[in-house]
Ligand binder design. Structure first.
Ligand code: C2E
Ligand code: MG
Ligand code: MG
Length: 749
């Protein structure tokens, strides 16, 4: 195992070098020497002999005890006593050795060094006692000259110092081991980094003021700037900043130097510890207030640093794995999996406040991407991510769940779509361009009965889909009714598609008659779908589904061709009737719609003038730029145009003039009112009047009673359609119907 280098900044001596000896005590602090002797003169002489002497750089201080009891009391009161000069023979011959036995045995004081002195030459204590009681020296008093005393004391103090250092090391080792445990439990680099800072501060006995810089990679490993992963105390405000953005700060300068030199050093008023990495993402811990020449012993501490570095690598590895699973690569936001888990947690342990999930989708992002290219598209996604994150409070979590779809989950009042839409209003500055965009929202309340994060996202998606259909900058929230409706529509669409392929769709024809004579002058083709179990699905139900799915294009073309063929057959049989065919918006918008109609007419052999297209008022008024030229082209071919359901939309007179229809069809709802004794006919009357002023024909639909017929005739409406005359008829019933005498009305009053 190679230790990182421990050097001071500049050319100073090695710090924590392996050969560093026992810690040097603060100079000036005196060594305490206890003299135990029943003769006060001996104490005075000892003090005199060693007056102003310094040993190992420190002066001496003397305490005196004239008996065993006094000596023990002083030893307890002064744990700093380093050496005991002990008279062997005091009141009894064994008094000295008895005291040694109590110091070492009973009082368990193993550190103070003991030098035995005796006045009687020739008297020798048992060798065993010297060995067992850890006695440093045995001298005859007269032998102890000033110089001799100095040498003996120096040896004893040196050995005392060694003992002290060993003890300190043991305490440090304990602290280091304790510091290490727990660090490995951290799951994220910031949590780990904070742990390292607090534990290191505890080890050095300094306040927790520092930074942990990591998370970066060297250019050779993909180059990512180091950041302040964790910061404490005064430096807390630097958290998660890039260190190259803090380069003016002295502590960061020390960090950068440590990274550059790959070694630990002093600087910026603290110690920068370099943590090497096997995986290319090294780190530096910088702690304030650690002076040069700190007591911590080299080998041990180096081991701590080494194992911390290894642990950091491990944590980063775990973090990377988590990241890969939970972080979106492009924006660094949480990804879909992380969002699912976050919602799962919320559902498992519901907060007091109501929470919601909001999907935020960029309107027409693929067009933006196509126009500006992927690079700018990516930059925009970054920009949107940043704005979403900046706007999210601490309780809101932002994620990216798909290409241009983001999500936010949080308290309801923090997730108001309007507020979030406004955050996107300012154009995004990308490569000198100001690009504007809008977003749509799909939301779900988390208490709306979703059972899992995945389900909540699905629900929000179905709301988003609805919002998108409604256009830009739309908002929709999930509701069960809507969801059931969507499910039903999907089911219906599958059935319709199958029915169409299996030719289970057919047309029926409802006659339109001349008001007075009751003579049939036209047939309106109406689509029918009979399911396999014989049910009839009303067109009001399946036409919108066909519209939304685009299936209407094929359905409409089929209806047009069959109706034209049918009408042509009737023409050939002598019934030169007008044919009315309904056309919906999406059908009309098909680029080659006019050509399709022309081809159907040619194929069926029906004159264009015999065909009239019914388009509803709302379609006619929508997108005039597209609709008007198409209708103009059709009219140029000779095809007629009727405005269906007239009165229910919002046509203006000017748009009606531009449209120049051949016929207005008064909506059935205005016909029903004609049954009333008085009034009720004002709208029908107005429409008939309007048609007259525009020089346009008018037909009333939904005529069910003779009274309605009468009133319409009186108002000057000359064409009628409704159950009073005929329900929509099957093709097989048409010849019979046409052979019947017309149902003449009463002469108008
Ligand atoms: P619409 O074009 O307004 O058709 C008239 C509807 O009124 C028809 O309903 C018809 O059966 C019904 N009706 C006619 N006389 C009476 C009456 O006296 N009383 C009552 N209560 N109803 C009457 P239908 O066939 O259910 O069609 C509904 C709508 O579906 C049509 O309204 C039309 O907008 C659409 N549609 C039907 N066939 C087609 C088609 O081939 N293509 C397109 N695009 N839409 C179609
Ligand atoms: Mg119609
Ligand atoms: Mg109608």
């Amino acid at each position: 195992m190679s230790h990182p280098e421990w050097t001071e900044e500049g050319d100073g001596p090695l710090l924590f070098a392996a050969e560093t000896g026992p810690a040097a005590p603060a100079t000036g602090e005196a060594w305490t020497v206890l003299v135990v002797d029943d003769e006060p003169d001996v104490f005075a002489a000892t003090c005199l002999a060693l007056r102003e002497v310094e040993i190992l750089g420190r002066p001496l201080r003397f305490l005196h005890a004239s008996g065993a009891a006094e000596a023990l009391a002083l030893l307890v009161a002064h744990p700093e006593i380093a050496v005991i000069l002990l008279d062997v023979v005091m009141d009894s011959e064994s008094a000295g050795l008895d005291l040694v036995a109590r110091i070492r045995g009973e009082f368990k004081l193993s550190k103070p060094r003991i030098i035995l002195r005796t006045g009687q030459p020739g008297y020798a204590p048992e060798m065993r006692a010297i060995r067992d009681y850890d006695i440093n020296d045995y001298r005859i008093k007269s032998e102890l000259t000033r110089t001799r005393l100095f040498t003996v004391l120096t040896a004893a103090l040196r050995s005392y110092q060694t003992l002290e250092a060993v003890e300190a090391n043991r305490a440090d080792l304990q602290a280091l081991l304790e510091a290490q445990t727990g660090l490995l439990a951290a799951e994220t680099l910031p949590a780990f980094a904070e742990g390292v800072l607090t534990r290191m501060a505890a080890l050095f006995r300094v306040p927790v003021e520092g930074v942990f810089c990591g998370g970066g990679r060297r250019a050779s490993d993909g180059g990512e700037p180091h950041r302040v992963v964790a910061a404490t105390g005064h430096y807390a405000k630097w958290t998660w900043q890039r260190i190259d953005h803090l380069a003016a700060e002295p502590p960061i300068q020390a960090v950068q130097k440590a990274l550059a030199d790959r070694r630990s050093l002093h600087g910026g008023g603290g110690l920068a510890l370099y943590l090497p990495s096997r995986t290319g993402s090294d780190a530096v811990v910088w702690l304030a207030g650690i002076e040069r020449g700190h007591r911590l012993e080299g080998g041990l501490f180096a081991m701590f640093v080494q194992s911390t570095a290894v642990a950091a690598d491990g944590v980063r590895l775990v973090e990377r794995l988590r990241e890969a699973a939970y972080v979106d690569n492009l924006t660094r936001l949480a990804n879909r999996s992380a969002l699912v888990e976050a919602i799962d947690d919320l559902l498992h342990d519901p907060p007091d406040l109501p929470y919601r999930l909001l999907l935020v989708d960029i309107d027409q992002f693929s067009e933006i991407n196509e126009t500006f290219g992927d690079r700018i598209g990516d930059a925009l996604l970054h920009g949107v991510a940043a704005r979403l994150e900046a706007g999210a409070g601490s309780a809101v979590r932002v994620a990216r769940v798909a290409n241009d779809t983001f999500a936010a989950v949080g308290p309801r009042e923090a997730l108001v779509p309007d507020d979030w839409a406004r955050r996107m209003d300012m154009p995004f500055e990308v490569e000198g361009l100001g690009i504007g965009l809008s977003v749509s929202f799909g939301g779900v309340e988390l208490d709306a009965g979703c059972r899992s994060g995945g389900e909540a996202i699905k629900m929000a998606y179905s709301a988003l889909k609805r919002a998108k259909q409604a256009g830009h900058r739309s908002v929709a929230f999930y509701s069960h009714e809507v969801a059931n409706e969507i499910k039903e529509r999907t089911r219906l669409l599958h059935g319709l598609r199958a029915a169409f392929e299996q030719q289970r769709l057919f047309l029926v024809y409802q006659p339109q008659v001349e008001a007075g004579s009751g003579r049939t002058i036209a047939l309106e083709a109406l689509m029918r779908w009979r399911t396999e179990d014989g049910r009839l699905v009303p067109p009001d139900r399946f036409i919108p589904v066909a519209e939304q799915s685009g299936l209407i294009k094929d359905l409409g073309a089929w209806a047009m061709r069959s109706a034209i063929a049918q009408a042509a057959a009737l023409h050939a049989a002598g019934h030169a009737l007008r044919l009315a065919v309904n056309v919906s918006m999406n059908q009309l918008l098909v680029p080659d719609f006019e050509r399709m109609v022309g081809e159907a007419l040619a194929a069926g052999g029906l004159p264009a003038t015999a065909l009239e297209l019914e388009i509803t008022e709302s379609v006619a008024m929508q997108s005039p730029d597209v609709v008007l030229p198409k209708l103009a082209a059709l009219k140029a071919m000779g095809v007629g145009v009727a405005i269906d359901d007239f009165g229910t939309g919002h046509s203006s007179l000017s748009s009606l003039e531009k449209l120049a229809p051949d016929r207005l069809k008064i909506d059935r709802s205005f016909i029903t009112g004609l049954d009333a004794e008085t009034g009720g006919d004002s709208i029908a009357a107005m429409i008939i009047e309007l048609a007259r002023s525009l020089g346009v024909k008018v037909v009333a639909e939904g005529v069910e009673t003779a009274r309605q017929r009468q009133r319409l005739q009186a108002l000057g409406c000359h064409e009628l359609q409704g159950y009073l005359f005929a329900r929509p008829l099957a093709v097989a019933d048409l010849p019979d119907w046409l052979a019947r005498p017309p149902m003449a009305g009463e002469a108008p009053p």
